[in-house]
Unconditional design. Structure first.
Length: 451
């Protein structure tokens, strides 16, 4: 493949894009944001999602801009071969299928907006043994993807140090890549398009509190249940709204366990709670308008310190007062910009009630700097420019199988701590040297020492 030809970008996704009445999840929304915004920058872009999902009708596909198609094991090789640049989430399933078909000259951009090892560990499933087994198997492919990638997308400044550590651990950050890798870590938060920003909104007639989005294990519904009882006592017409609480595509044990547990906790307030299922993406703003405020309650911990709460970005665009305990990067930005109220003590129902009372006096459409800052149009430039002048990143060295080996191989060049090998050979003899480094690289070491 000649990389000098016109650049063409393939954005791979698990789920479908937000077109028509298609139900979508966060990964698909992120992939669509990347594809559509790169297309608007003039790049020839394809969005491909798994063929096990229902095909989107031709009339719903864009007439210009992003090409929308589906991928499967039978067509993925051809699909990848048609493009010069591949963008995918580094924790996608079936990673071997993708990596096996990406050629040496093609550019791989790893989307790392989810710090997956932390997110995975925070699921706290009762089936810990199975989760640990899955984690071990999947982490192998996360590392493979990062090892092959040429560019890395992250969502928040707080994630940068995490990924520097990760890249060091898998040897992607190394003496050969050091000068370049800093330029290839690209901050690109999940956002929304300018056209999505809501107009001035009217408050609902009666006070209401909205929870919108899947109830994942890193969210805590328990204190909310007791808080809304207190709110109801002071506002007889108050209503709690729970919308889109279950991800329609997940079969993850931890996710389903936590969802069921949370719904059971909400049973005690069912009489004044409205439950809304997973609706088409384009209907979300009509649901946002039902809430006097919208709430998210994050469990404290490492996950919360690093996570980019994609749902918060959409709440900003909807101009709905936000209630949160913060601690996450975007939540703190929202609080600082005056579009969110901090819950001072998440474990306290009284503190949640107090935050809700404050939200009733917030402006419904505050003029805040985040509105423009969080748009895809404002953030896509660095990646678009990087693609224009892209190149492969230096290969990662790999560890040899024997843990005692002091040698790293980087393509055809061999590096060793010569003094160590010479010392062992001189003081302990050839038998000890073979024992410590294994027989396979012995010839290489011998030649290196002679030279």
């Amino acid at each position: 493949m000649n990389m000098e030809k016109e650049k063409s970008i393939l954005v791979l996704s698990e789920g479908p894009p937000p077109l028509g009445d298609t139900r979508v999840e966060g990964g698909g929304l992120r992939a669509w944001g990347l594809a559509a915004s790169l297309s608007s920058e003039g790049h020839n872009t394809t969005y491909a999602y798994r063929s096990s999902f229902e095909a989107i009708s031709e009339e719903l596909k864009p007439s210009d801009g992003v090409r929308v198609t589906q991928w499967s094991p039978s067509n993925i090789a051809k699909l990848i071969a048609e493009h010069t640049h591949i963008i995918l989430r580094y924790s996608m399933g079936e990673m071997s299928l993708f990596l096996d078909n990406i050629k040496d000259e093609q550019i791989l951009i790893a989307d790392c907006y989810i710090p997956i090892s932390v997110e995975y560990s925070a699921r706290q499933s009762e089936a810990t043994k199975q989760e640990l087994k899955n984690y071990t198997l999947e982490s192998f492919w996360w590392e493979k993807c990062i090892g092959r990638a040429d560019y890395f997308l992250y969502a928040a400044d707080e994630q940068l140090h995490y990924y520097l550590g990760y890249l060091s651990a898998v040897l992607k950050l190394n003496p050969a890549s050091y000068d370049e890798i800093g330029k290839r870590l690209i901050r690109l938060p999940y956002g929304y398009f300018k056209k999505d920003i809501a107009e001035e909104r009217k408050r609902p007639k009666n006070p209401s509190l909205l929870w919108y989005g899947a109830i994942y294990p890193w969210f805590n519904m328990e204190p909310l249940v007791e808080a809304v009882k207190l709110i109801k006592a002071e506002h007889p017409n108050f209503k709690l709204i729970i919308a889109g609480a279950k991800n329609p595509y997940t079969s993850n044990i931890a996710f389903l366990e936590h969802y069921k547990k949370s719904i059971k906790q909400l049973e005690s307030v069912r009489e004044f709670t409205e439950f809304i299922g997973h609706t088409p993406y384009h209907e979300r703003f009509s649901i946002y308008s039902k809430g006097s405020a919208i709430i998210t309650l994050n469990k404290e911990g490492l996950e919360n310190k690093l996570a980019w709460r994609t749902r918060l970005a959409d709440y900003i665009a909807a101009k709905v007062p936000i209630i949160t305990n913060g601690g996450d990067p975007l939540g703190e930005r929202c609080i600082g910009a005056g579009v969110a109220i901090r819950i001072e003590d998440m474990a306290s129902p009284e503190a949640i009630k107090k935050a809700f009372q404050k939200s009733l006096f917030m402006k419904t459409a505050p003029n805040n700097k985040l509105l423009e800052e969080m748009t895809w149009e404002n953030n896509i430039g660095q990646l678009a420019n990087a693609i224009n002048s892209s190149s492969r990143l230096a290969s990662s060295p790999r560890r040899l199988e024997n843990p005692n080996t002091r040698i790293l191989i980087l393509k055809s060049k061999t590096y060793s701590i010569a003094s160590y090998a010479k010392h062992v050979l001189k003081e302990e003899g050839i038998a000890s040297l073979i024992k410590k480094i294994g027989t396979k690289p012995l010839k290489v070491v011998s030649n290196f020492i002679k030279n």
